[in-house]
Design a protein around this ligand. Structure first.
Ligand code: EPZ
Length: 426
């Protein structure tokens, strides 16, 4: 099990170049299946989950080769639907997008239940509702999800009880070549949904309204290949912004879209950090002394649930009381117990965590329970007295590339005990 060791107390200074967004790259890699042609995807993040998605494409008959360090050329002409490798599909949440892609490409799908961080039940009922409305018979078992298109996929009006990110994207993937028009009401509005829509439109699709809660898809006969660059990762950016706010110092995050960071930037300002922004960069400056605030996670453009745990680390040492209400996932507060091992004073009741700021945290051996929790524990270690060992760092590598070298370059006293992670197709 990979381990990261941090010795706290150093301030962070310098610049960070942000990678492509993991949660945009995962759907776009699988969406390329619908074209059946060659797609060149640029700004691919070299994080483990995305590398696994590329491996899945290869194991299903597609070809995928890196033609530049972060550019992958994917040809799905010889893709074989229904052949997804269980051992990989069950490890990442992103494999859920194979459902929409296979239904669109071949009219049937069979998929091992997707993996993903253990932050709640993560049902697929909204996805099933969308596929059924579009004309597929779906069967979800404990192990596998199966689907078969009755005749052909036909446009439908679909209302989502909850603006699910995954279900919104899956519905778009299934609808782009369906016959007729699909309208998704109460759709999720995250930037990565806009990215998927833009990718498909670059391939000749007709998707409008992405980024609003009503998305319209006019089905087209055929899509063609394309060249497309993934948007920058707002959560990776927010994680480094949070780290420097916690340790003190000044770090400029480059290659980002500041608009995507609005709620995160505002919360850092509310806590007392200084945030300046340009067209494609944000500089966070902090003396490390912050004040407690209240946070409620919400669908975009609200405060992102994927930044909740990093802010939990911040609130441990913030002056006064802080509170986090996690409205998206019912089991995303377990990391607070790990912070407690470092001396944090946190009480949790149902979906609410209340933080009583302490003067100091003390280094300890803690465990990453999921991807963002792992990043949060590293941030806490950067501010703690003494040494913190974060085990389960594999979780962190699922969503962050070069996390430890980047923090070390910014001045952190940090190291990793990591088995060489094979970069697929390098
Ligand atoms: C995506 O998960 C992201 N994962 C998550 O990021 C992110 O936290 C989440 O969106 C919310 O932004 C990927 O993109 C691979 P949802 P997803 O469907 O699509 C409920 C990270 O750290 N729901 O928007 O699974 C669900 O239980 C990861 O990068 C249903 O009830 O999220 C949850 O409570 C963690 N039925 C809520 O909706 C469904 O059919 C939000 O889930 C689907 C979801």
């Amino acid at each position: 099990m990979n381990k990261i060791t941090v010795k706290g107390g150093n301030r962070l200074y310098g610049t960070v170049q942000i990678s492509g967004m993991k949660n945009a790259a995962l759907p776009i890699v699988f969406a390329s299946i619908v074209t059946g042609e060659t797609c060149i995807i640029e700004n691919i993040p070299l994080v483990d989950d995305v590398l696994k998605s590329i491996e899945i494409i290869r194991e299903m008959g597609g070809s995928a080769e890196f033609i530049e360090p972060t550019t992958v050329k994917i040809d799905t002409k010889n893709f074989v639907a229904g052949s997804s490798p269980d051992d990989l599909a069950c490890k990442i949440r992103g494999s859920m997008y194979l459902l929409g892609a296979e239904l669109a490409r071949s009219g049937e799908t069979v998929l091992k239940q997707p993996g993903g961080c253990n932050i709640g039940k993560r049902p697929m009922d909204i996805h099933m509702k969308a596929f059924t409305a579009l004309g597929a018979d779906m069967d979800e078992g404990d192990d596998y999800i199966r689907g078969k298109v009755r005749d052909k996929l036909r446009g439908a009006n679909i209302y989502f009880d909850f603006p699910s990110v995954g279900a919104t994207i899956n519905a778009i993937i299934a609808a782009v070549t369906a016959e007729g028009t699909t309208v998704i009401e109460n759709a999720a509005r995250e930037p990565h949904i806009v990215d998927v829509a833009n990718f498909f439109n670059t391939c000749g699709a007709n998707v409008t309204g992405a980024g609003t809660n009503t998305i319209k898809i006019h089905g087209v006969e055929k899509l063609h290949g394309c060249t497309y660059a993934i948007i920058p990762d707002m959560i990776e950016a927010g994680t480094y912004m949070t780290a420097v706010a916690a340790t003190g110092g000044s770090v400029t995050i480059e290659g980002i879209i500041p608009k995507h960071m609005e709620s995160v930037s505002q919360k850092l300002i509310d806590m007392g950090a200084c945030v300046e922004e340009g067209d494609e960069w944000i500089t966070v400056t902090s003396d490390g002394h912050l004040r407690g605030i209240k946070i409620k996670t919400m669908p975009y453009p609200g405060f992102p649930t994927d930044m909740q745990q990093q802010f939990g680390a911040l609130l441990c040492l913030a002056e006064g009381e802080g509170e986090i209400y996690e409205s998206i996932f019912e089991d995303r507060l377990r990391y607070t117990a790990e912070l407690g091992k470092m001396g944090a004073q946190i009480t949790v009741s149902d979906r609410t965590a209340t933080f009583h700021g302490v003067k100091k945290l003390t280094g300890a051996s803690v465990r990453a329970l999921d991807l963002r929790a792992g990043a949060a524990l590293v941030i806490a270690g950067l501010c703690a007295e003494g040494k913190t060992e974060v085990s389960g760092a594999d979780y962190i590598y699922r969503g962050y590339y070069d996390f430890v070298p980047t923090l070390r370059r910014l001045g952190a006293d940090i190291s990793e005990d990591k088995y060489a992670t094979h970069i697929y197709g390098d």
